[in-house]
Ligand binder design. Sequence first.
Ligand code: NDP
Length: 405
Amino acid sequence: MSKVIIIGAGGVGNVVAKKCAQNDSVFTEVLIATRTVSKADKIVAEIHQHLPDSKTQFSTASVDADNVPALVELFNAFKPELVINVALPYQDLTIMDACLETGVHYLDTANYEPLDVAKFEYSWQWAYRQRFEEAGLMALLGCGFDPGATNIFTAHHAKHHFSEIHYLDIIDCNNGDHGKAFATNFNPEINIREITANGRYYENGEWIETKPLEISQDIYYPKVATRKSFVLYHEELESLVLNFPTIKRARFWMTFGENYIKHLNVLEGIGMTSIVPIDFRGLKVAPIEFLKAVLPVPESLAENYTGQTCIGVQAKGVGKEGQEKVHFVYNVCDHAETYKEVQAQGVSYTTGVPAMIGAALMLQGVWKKVGVHNVEEFDPDPFIAEMNKWGLKVDELAGIELVKA
Ligand code: NDP
């Protein structure tokens, strides 16, 4: 018997809402609140059409999540136990503030990022620890796929396979094809900011900075393909190297096709990816915001998307019996199948399902700890069991080194 507010009705919000509707014994009442309420209404209409037997009661509301008093009013009126924040990283702190003011637990899938600085890190949200503890509330950070499932896979390595993890490589392949010349799979602004920033990885206690897409290698993604993959900085590295201090090196790899990189280079070259606002006919517009308005909305890619994603974590180190060991834990997700199930492409699906699962574990008291926490601090077993149940099958591969030193 739980009341939940989902904030955001984009690609990920759509999946979270439909998964809550499937898991209706946990999620009894759900309010989808977002800036453009028609998007939330569309999700609810699709739930009534595709999941007519769901007992979850849905309602929708319009809210500006940058505005704490507006959020407080909404939370006080609906009285949720938990807020699932799948708006944009810019709203994390205002939503956390509103949760503290109204006594509501919090979950998100991406760490805070200021609108005017291309920089994302946990420090802003970790600074809320004491206030959440004092309020007796829990905030669960980064509960999508990466971050999210990748942190859980690392915790699984540590719990079941390794006495010491020394080398961690998180690998993320989207081998799908949406038929468009150029499009991003989730919010374009966030996605492009992530890729055009300098890369960074962790080695022997230090962060090594690289130029964007400077380091690459061909990686075999089981059941999917061998694809050229590039080192970039990803937020889960920050918490993982703290929570697993035996790690000597941690890297994040992602695939990009030649066509994608070609378009990105041109857009960057002419200044279209800049976050610095320019004057345009009396308006202040950041070029990247304008670019976002021109590009296909990620949800629109879903219908004709084919192919799979493969995301996993390779760990190397000392096994439980003291032997040298390499092990890989991963999920393969098929775009066409997720479209059939929840009218979403695989990237939204792999993010939205873990968010629903994290929320369910919090509401059921399986994961319970006041304060502000990253997912790897909790027992990975119930989470992985739920992933297998709710559409993200977890596979393992022993003894094969997919990512070379
Ligand atoms: P979308 O851009 O598709 O959706 C964002 C939604 O948030 C939209 O409905 C948008 O409203 C709404 N929104 C934005 N600003 C506000 C605001 N000020 N007030 C209220 N609502 C607002 O993004 P995605 O669904 O692709 O991504 C959602 C989140 O998931 C992002 O934070 C992203 O970084 C994260 N993510 C995490 C991943 C992971 O694996 N951990 C992977 C992919 C994404 P409107 O429609 O009006 O613009």
